[in-house]
Design a protein around this ligand. Sequence first.
Ligand code: G1P
Ligand code: ZN
Length: 539
Amino acid sequence: MIRTVPTQPFSDQKPGTSGLRKKVKVFQQPNYAENFIQSVFDVVEGKEGSTLVIGGDGRYLNRTVIQTAIRMAAAAGFARVVVGQGGILSTPAASHLIRRRGALGGLVLSASHNPGGPDEDFGIKYNVANGGPAPEKVTEAIHARTLSITEWHAASGPDVDLDTLGEVTVEGMTVEIVDPVADYAALMESLFDFDAIRAAGLTIAFDAMSAVTGPYATEILERRLGFAPGTVRNGVPLEDFGGHHPDPNLVHARDLYDLMMSADAPDFGAASDGDGDRNLIIGRGRFVTPSDSLAMLAANAHLAPGYAAGLNGIARSMPTSAAADRVAAALGIPAFETPTGWKFFGNLLDAGMATICGEESAGTGSDHVREKDGLWAVLLWLNMLAATGKSVDEIARDHWARFGRNYYARHDYEGVDSAAADALMAALRADLPVLPGRRYGPLTVAAADDFAYRDPTDDSVSANQGVRVLFDGGSRVVFRLSGTGTSGATLRVYLERYEPADGYLDTDTGTMLADIVAAAEEIAGIARHTGRTRPDVVT
Ligand code: G1P
Ligand code: ZN
């Protein structure tokens, strides 16, 4: 039986950088998740006879919302839903499954690197048939629908057993519970030289941060590649990620960092985030920034069988350092600069214009799926190490000696009063015309703008994507507000200094960026607006 339940709109269901993210308590309000899911289904066309993929990162509320989504998908007319066993699907695995099954789309339940548990975060993201996050015109239509919704529809009946592989029927719709790892692991095996990695005799440590990549990493790294049992740390997904932030950066993956800087360091260390799309790469004694990792992966990708034919182009988000642009120039291929968020890469990948994409926020990926992919980056690094016989440190130094080095850091001011953050950005935007020519210590502003992007595949324009202040000599600072936070505002300040190949290539990042940090404070008045004198997180 299909139930129709009257409801009223919620005013706060506008999807952000990566879907709708809110506190669990917000999602637990009656009708809240149902309204959003119904709005997705109302907007999406072609449901009858189609397949929908459903899965999430295993965080608190995952199973509950999956049951809701299954019942509502049956009422919406889908012929089949494909669900990861236990409700588990990493974001890249969900993307692959959507593509492989020719699905109409998928619901990916995650708040990525945000903490989980009854008092923490949850999220719902809709991905479209190419496997990528819904483009802005779809998310805008979903948002509009959330503001006018009057009822939602769901099949009644008992919960589906999410833990048993196989098929059951709900109101005529087939529910197929699948192994969440198998298809993804096969895809990785098709892209990378597993024999060479096995033969290289490397030692590695992978921190799954008690999040979704545990089962994937255990299968791929320990079972298929034969790394020692225990290589995967924190490999069991927990609903609250063990109380940690599943964010693979130097703050939240501190244990891994300390190990990699110690005398006991293995050759290679890596971590992934809550839903498996981010990565942290640390060699023995050498941290690689995500911006550098993108550039180094692009420069060496041809060493892996999946990329032996070369790359069509490289895309990076605007705040990501320009290191990848230099690789693209050397390879004679185009470089694209998009707004923050993976959804902007989808069109370039679909059009075959870019092969590898990345963001400074620890996301890298390629045209194998339409999401960023943490384990993919780990495996490409391992393939590079195996093929070259070099260490991570040697690869990094060789890279800088050839291309120069983009020293880089991001300063985050979290939980800032929203009005104060908005005022800071408004003041910055108002100052844009007068900044060029101004001097801050040794730095002179060459140009300043509010980044706008015209998508070359469909000419759609996304404006107001962050304030850029470019200095003479290739250094810059970027200011933008986070679109994924769930409380107050997060101000992100991105700092970058280019040092040419004959410059200081192996110096402390903080020292190299000090002038730019001082200029950023002077330009934006961070302390004056927010009352903060130092960032909460430096990555
Ligand atoms: C952040 C990152 C961005 C990434 C997004 C989703 O978004 O900065 O690069 O795509 O998370 O993982 P933000 O909070 O800055 O809007
Ligand atoms: Zn993520």
